[in-house]
Design a protein around this ligand. Structure first.
Ligand code: ACO
Length: 333
């Protein structure tokens, strides 16, 4: 699904992120399942991930990230008109995690809802919020990717438990003034024929929570890693190319690519296919693993705060996840 031009431009006014304190290293994981630091680093690039405390929920991670984004944007929570939380690990199936966030940060005026698009969720939220602002429905929005994937990880399955982590990232979007940056192009897509490649099969209406389903780990993430890998490379490359083309840019014009942080080999393959040098591709999966909807959001915030790009630079965000879903955005910062 592509962009169409709209009169009102929308900028990213601030970013924020938060990760839990507890670090789970590859070495520690090697004492839990039959794996090694060497296997995990070679196959994925991940060295450690963060694990939220029992009393630290997805909404808490999201709210902490949101408050930092608001601070950078120079805005108060009370000013926010729309909150979208992208997550596959909501605090509760209902109400939406966005409602808890609204209460926790004191954004009393905001309309709040969740979306579920797995690792692509933050960029789906960006497109939705951008359109709702540019159409005039809202002046601003807080978009958040937040996950407590440790609660849906099968800690006995070495093929998946080494991959995931917890965290949250947020961005404040608002109408851009003349001369400010803008979200120039967005793209998103879905292939529902491939739902089986990456799923949490239980806990919904198809296979409700029962003791038997939980014993079979149906409430945890299962993935056909090799298949997902191949499709991720193709779809992310295509989505990134579409927004680059629609923005009227070439690879040389791009200061920073911020890809979904799932696997360093996937990131390297995409950088190669887009002909963007590795030093212009932002990577932090070594510290956090794959945090699904939070991954691109945390990476955007870290890239922003560490000076990986500056005002006026062209950046490209691209993600891929369960659904299967994919999305990209081209932003003039
Ligand atoms: N430690 C040691 N050995 C392992 C581990 C482990 N943690 N996990 C698997 N192995 C073994 C397997 O058993 C297999 O052994 P065998 O050859 O004796 O059968 C061997 O390693 C190779 O397994 P593969 O699954 O083929 O390994 P692969 O190179 O494909 O790497 C990985 C697996 C890392 C999961 C990769 O396929 C991948 O990154 N896929 C994409 C994941 C992704 O991008 N997900 C995105 C979205 S996530 C979301 O939406 C929530």
């Amino acid at each position: 699904m592509s962009d169409q031009s709209s009169a009102i431009e929308v900028c990213v006014a601030g970013t924020g992120s938060y990760v839990p304190e507890r670090i789970l290293s590859n070495e520690e994981l090697s004492t839990m399942v039959d794996t090694s630091d060497e296997w995990i680093v070679t196959r994925t690039g991940i060295r450690e991930r963060r694990i939220a405390a029992d009393d630290e929920f997805t909404s808490h991670l999201a709210s902490k990230a949101a408050l930092k984004a608001l601070e950078q944007a120079g805005m108060q929570a009370a000013d926010i008109e729309l909150i979208i939380v992208a997550t596959i690990t909501p605090d509760t199936p209902t109400p939406a995690t966005a409602c808890y966030v609204q209460q926790q940060i004191g954004a009393a005026r905001a309309v709040a809802f969740d979306i579920s698009a797995a690792c692509s969720g933050f960029l789906y939220a960006m497109k939705i919020a951008k359109r709702l602002i540019s159409d005039g429905a809202f002046q601003n929005a807080l978009i958040i990717g937040a996950e407590k994937l440790s609660t849906v990880t099968n800690w006995d399955d070495r093929s998946t438990c080494v991959l995931f982590g917890d965290g949250a990232g947020a961005a404040v979007l608002r109408r851009a003034e003349a001369g400010e940056g803008a979200i120039v192009a967005t793209e998103m897509g879905t292939d529902g024929n491939l739902t089986h490649l990456l799923e949490i099969p239980g806990g919904g209406s198809a296979k409700p929570i029962t003791a038997e389903n939980v014993n079979q780990h149906l409430h945890t993430l299962s993935m056909q890693g090799r298949e997902v890998f191949k499709i991720a490379v193709t779809r992310m490359k295509e989505a990134a190319e579409k927004v680059i083309e629609r923005a009227g840019w070439s690879a040389d014009d791009i200061a920073c690519v911020i890809p979904h942080q799932a696997n360093l080999r996937i990131i390297d393959a995409i950088a190669d296919r887009l002909a963007v040098p590795n030093e212009r591709v932002f990577v932090n999966l070594d510290k956090y693993g794959n945090t699904s909807a939070a991954a691109v959001a945390i990476a955007l915030d870290e890239a922003n705060r560490t000076g990986a790009f500056k005002r006026g630079d062209h950046i490209v965000l691209v993600a891929f996840g369960a659904g299967l879903t994919w999305a990209a955005a081209a932003i003039r910062w």
